[in-house]
Design a protein around this ligand. Sequence first.
Ligand code: CA
Length: 229
Amino acid sequence: MAMPAPRILVIEDNPALRANLDAMFSEHGIHADFAADGLSGLQFALSDPPDVLVLDLGLPGLDGLRVCERLRAQADRHVPVLMLTARDALEDKLLGFRSGADDYLVKPFAAAELLARCLALSQRHRAGTAHVLHVGSLSIDRRSGVAHRAGRTLALQQTARHLLLALAEASPRTLTRSELIELVWGASPPESGPLRTHLYLLRRALDGPLDTPMLKTVHGVGFRLEADI
Ligand code: CA
């Protein structure tokens, strides 16, 4: 039996490119939704997760990297992301992978190439190989949210789990306190600095009984997750 066509969400601010992609996807019988800015695209992706997200890097308001980071922190399952970047943006490309993109395509590109990448990503994801994230001996199943370290299941409540996933997606980069707060709570964090409490709970669950702590405090900057093996 043929695989059902994937549902695609495209976040792209260039109207001509959106129109081209719309025509191309309909020609192939694929349903695609479109958003023209990062924030509305992110909200769409969170409320109705697509099979593949095609995400432009340069967007008004919330750029592609931030959309990707927030999606990874807030979505309850893994959404494969194909990042679109400008030709000369090699560093951005690398950043794109660190913020959790699964693949990238350099502009300008052929529509057929984009279609092929989308289909490959969706297939790979359906085959179930793309949803487990590894940092050293830590693994996190993005679908179930279950995390293991060195064969032990970590007892984490939801906020600590979101923090761990955000740190793991960013690893080895340091996330500042404000980045962490934004990734986990979005624009409306609860009052009275709960970050400290949740980081304490995360540290206890992740590193407590082990000799090699993974959660590192970078004094005056923030926190990062360091691979232990
Ligand atoms: Ca753009």
